[in-house]
Design a protein around this ligand. Structure first.
Ligand SMILES: [Zn+2]
Length: 395
């Protein structure tokens, strides 16, 4: 569905996914924020896994979702990440097409009213002249704020600020200030500053008053899940370290860290993406399978293609560490990065290619075979154990 524009942009958003107890309300347990095409126009939408329906957020049924129609989402581009906070959908509007010049907008779900919080050019004005922005800028929604950062060449933070989504207040932060993503007793937990640039955190910063320490400092952490933090369990996904000291990005692992005893337990090994869904006692994910089913011969690539996921959604019990199969649908090529939790449902996208049906398109370098494709979603209900396929649910 969405391919994030660059790692700078992805970094803040990725940690936003971990969420906290406060921002997980009924909305996030009912809908998946997504987008859909209406007459060729990308517009933000809500997927309801209980019903399998996708509907535009813009509530006007006659709207073409363009500027001409006065659509509040006219500047929306599907490369952007949508964010839910406090009864509103937050997004960046780039009507001129330039994401770096976009406005930060709030769409109130009850009233349908749209307001502008700020804009990237306005925030850029606040960067002192002494700080060059050639090294890039990173920004995204995080913990009730819109965060904007300018890194130094060595990836540390030269300048950062946050804008409150509650009242629009702008706060320039010390360059070494770290925004916590969770609280455990009197300790606040934050990703280390590398995250804003590299998309990963080397260890987790734990602060209590003036005391500060980094736990799991050898770990290259992609994301933490705080769902079980109240019972002292921090669940995180990392890439294992090889013997030569480098990290293996293709073999992610899930660990459970005990905040009291410091015990660090490996739960799931060797799966190819940092994306998992956690519901109740189970972690759901997709991984490469042995003997994957063949999808047919790809004339463009000159080789046979396989459904590497096997169409299987796996699950592992956090309590026992036992792995089992939630569903097996070999005809569906699951997208390992597009897995979400919505209430009691696991939602995972699939993208099927039919290599036996194609159109031949002549090009400069010979014929290109345009294969028939089908994108959709599989919804797994963890309460009933039922999996349903919605072919029209994704574009
Ligand atoms: Zn509209």
């Amino acid at each position: 569905m969405k391919y994030r524009i660059c790692i700078l942009f992805a970094a803040l958003l990725l940690c936003g996914c971990a969420g906290t107890a406060e921002d997980r309300d009924d909305f996030l347990d009912t809908f998946l924020l997504t987008d859909m095409k209406v007459d060729g126009i990308d517009t933000p939408a809500l997927f309801n896994p209980a019903k399998g329906t996708t509907t535009p957020i813009c509530s006007d049924p006659l709207c073409s979702h363009t500027k001409k129609d006065g659509c509040p989402f006219a500047g929306y581009h599907s490369l952007q990440e949508l964010h839910y906070y406090g009864g509103a959908v937050w997004f960046q509007s780039a009507e001129g097409g330039k994401l770096m010049d976009s406005d930060i907008m709030r769409y109130d779900l009850d009233t349908g009213r749209v307001t502008k919080l700020t804009s990237l050019p306005e925030l850029r004005e606040l960067v002192p002249d002494s700080i060059p922005i050639e090294n890039g800028q990173s920004y995204g929604f995080f913990e009730g704020c819109f965060v904007y950062r300018v890194p130094r060449a060595d990836h540390t933070i030269a300048f950062q600020l946050r804008v409150s989504l509650d009242d629009g207040k702008i706060e320039v932060l010390d360059h070494d200030f770290i925004i916590p993503f969770a609280q455990y007793k009197k300790k606040s937990l934050s990703y280390t500053p590398e995250l804003s640039y590299t998309g990963v955190s080397y260890g987790i910063d734990v602060r209590e008053g003036d005391h500060r320490e980094t736990i799991l400092s050898e770990k290259r952490i992609a994301i933490c899940f705080t769902d079980l933090l109240e019972s002292g369990k921090l669940i995180y996904v990392d890439s294992p370290k090889r013997e030569d000291g480098s990290y293996d990005f293709d073999r992610m692992a899930v660990h459970v860290y005990d905040m009291e005893s410091g015990e660090d337990r490996l739960l799931i090994d060797d799966f190819p993406s940092a994306y998992i869904a956690l519901i109740g006692d189970f972690i759901y994910y997709s991984r490469y399978v042995e003997d994957p089913p063949s999808l047919g011969y790809d004339k463009n690539m000159g080789k046979e293609q396989f459904n590497l996921s096997g169409g299987i959604l796996f699950r592992t019990s956090i309590e026992t560490g036992e792995e089992s199969v939630a569903f097996e649908l070999p005809a569906y090529t699951l997208i390992q990065t597009e897995i979400h939790r919505v209430g009691q449902y696991v939602v995972i996208e699939y993208r099927n290619t039919d290599y036996s049906h194609f159109e031949e398109l002549p090009g400069d370098y010979g014929v290109w075979y345009a294969y028939e494709k089908e994108n959709g979603r599989v919804v797994y209900d963890t309460a009933s154990g039922e999996a349903k396929v919605y072919p029209e649910a994704s574009q």
